[in-house]
Design a protein around this ligand. Structure first.
Ligand code: PBG
Length: 323
């Protein structure tokens, strides 16, 4: 049946008709707002390359999280900025480190907000790499016990979801075993399974103060041209006990999101990373495009590609526009 019997414009005529046939839907409960937490009181240090984002002390963080919760945002994910960095990233797995403190405060102020804890050493190490360095190379196996200690410290503080982003091999199995042993068998792991060595992390490294002091992360994060390898990474993490998997970044990797969702079917998260956020903000500030509409379009595309969960710095500003 073709024109004039078929007219595709019939369902486009009014907002209500468009809503009737809309396919990809996005709700604030599916969004995860990343937050940067630092020591001190009443501290709010805006991140220049990420307008609208700041490093915040725990008291300010609790207020921002409250705002997010009131707007229906389902989750926040925490990145900690330690008081001191050292070669082994020891504040990353200290029971009284910045993340466990923030988790305790958030869970007591906003019990129904889902609190995720990112697990990685790069914010805590003096060299800025995601694991322990040995002769300039990140030592995979020596890093696993430290990541496991971090996961247990965060879960004990009350984190609802543990999200390892370090890209060491075998970390999901190690963390799962450690959580189970610490009586946290019901704490889920969302693995950053397909995490690429991306230029789009630039602004985050300013926000989290985690730029590697030498070299880059290509020795452990994935090579951007590879998708079959992403599927292997995901399969391995599922075997090791991941409850959900993440693809990161999102926009330049929509095909990866799609293939992971199609093949494995488990909940898939996508990280709409700092660089993806900053380019829209920058263009919006120059008046080159309507940044809010563009952001909604981007999040919808990520959802359409198959992501069930989206980590995004836009969560706070866009939550009320969704539903
Ligand atoms: C590493 C980590 C990074 C991000 C989240 N976790 C940066 C990196 O690998 O260098 C990036 C997030 C973003 O760019 O928004 N712990």
């Amino acid at each position: 049946m073709s024109f004039p019997i078929t007219r595709m414009r019939r369902f486009r005529r009014t907002p209500e008709l468009r809503a009737l046939v809309r396919e990809a839907r996005l709700t604030p409960a599916q969004l995860v707002l990343p937050l940067f937490v630092c020591h001190g009181e009443n501290v709010e240090r805006p991140v220049a390359s990420m307008p609208g984002c700041a490093q915040q002390s725990v008291d300010r963080l609790v207020a921002t999280a409250g705002q997010a919760a009131r707007r229906g945002v389902g989750s926040v994910i925490l990145f900690g900025i330690p008081a001191h960095k050292d070669p082994l990233g020891s504040e990353g797995y200290a029971d009284d480190g910045i993340v466990p403190r923030a988790v305790r405060a958030l869970k007591s102020a906003h019990p129904s907000l889902v609190v995720w804890a990112d697990v990685c050493l790069c914010e805590y190490t003096s060299h800025g790499h995601c694991g322990v360095l040995r002769e300039g190379y990140v030592d995979n196996d020596a890093t696993l016990p430290l990541l496991s200690r971090a996961a247990v410290a965060y879960a004990r503080a009350g984190a609802d979801v543990i999200a390892p982003s370090d890209m060491m091999d075998g970390r999901i199995a190690a963390i799962r075993a450690a959580l189970d042993q610490a009586d946290r068998a019901l704490t889920p792991i969302v693995s950053y399974a397909a995490k690429y060595a991306s230029a789009f992390y630039g602004p985050f490294r300013e926000a989290a103060e985690s730029t590697p002091q030498s070299g880059d992360r290509r020795g452990y994060q994935m090579d951007p041209p590879n998708v079959e390898e992403a599927l292997r990474e995901v399969a391995l993490d599922i075997e090791e006990g991941a409850d959900a998997v993440m693809v990161k970044p999102a926009l330049a990797y929509l095909d990866v999101i799609w293939r992971v969702k199609e093949r494995f079917g488990l909940p898939v998260a996508a990280y709409n990373v700092s660089g993806e956020y900053s380019i829209l903000k920058a263009a919006g500030e120059r008046g080159w495009l309507d940044a809010e509409r563009a952001a909604l379009e981007v999040l919808t595309a990520i959802r359409r590609a198959g992501a069930d969960i989206i980590l995004t710095y836009h969560a706070l500003e866009l939550a009320e526009k969704l539903g």
